[in-house]
Write a protein of this length. Structure first.
Length: 156
């Protein structure tokens, strides 16, 4: 069985630790590469022997922010098919609209509660691949305050 590979770009060390702890508790076979800004994310992508199955991208990061990185990813043919979930503490509709316009799969407002984070990540992990957009659409009802489907990376 192939391990799933995730890339997390987030400059908040506490959020990164919480995210990695949640992922490890869900599936110890997931390899999660963590970086602290968009430029590091692009560098890590170039170094990886296999593209990640999913990228989690924070918005507010130094050097290269999440919007700049997402725009680059979706314009680069090497990376445009990798689903990107934008993550942020902000739940403003403006940011959700920007994420959608730049091609993100969804916008994930970071929960403060660890168990809620785990529940949402369990659904994401279980459905990585072609079924992820439908799984995200189905969990919107229960977790509407955390997930908003953007539509990026859907197969037409």
């Amino acid at each position: 069985m192939n391990n799933k590979i995730f890339l997390l770009a987030d400059d908040d060390q506490d959020d990164t630790e919480m995210f990695c702890e949640a992922i490890e508790g869900i599936d110890k076979n997931i390899v999660c590469h963590c970086v602290t800004d968009g430029r590091e994310a692009l560098k890590k992508l170039a170094e990886l022997p296999k593209k990640p199955d999913l990228i989690f991208l924070d918005i507010n990061m130094p050097v290269m922010n999440g919007w700049q990185c997402l725009k680059f990813l979706k314009e680069d043919e090497r990376y445009r098919e990798i689903p990107v979930i934008v993550i942020s503490t902000s739940s403003h509709q403006r940011e959700k609209n920007i994420a959608a316009s730049l091609g993100a799969l969804c916008y994930f407002t970071k929960p403060n509660d660890f168990s809620e984070l785990v529940q949402v990540l369990q659904i994401i992990v279980a459905n990585v691949g072609a079924g992820l957009p439908n799984a995200l659409e189905n969990i919107q009802g229960n977790f509407a305050q955390f997930i908003e489907l953007c539509g990026g990376s859907k197969q037409h």
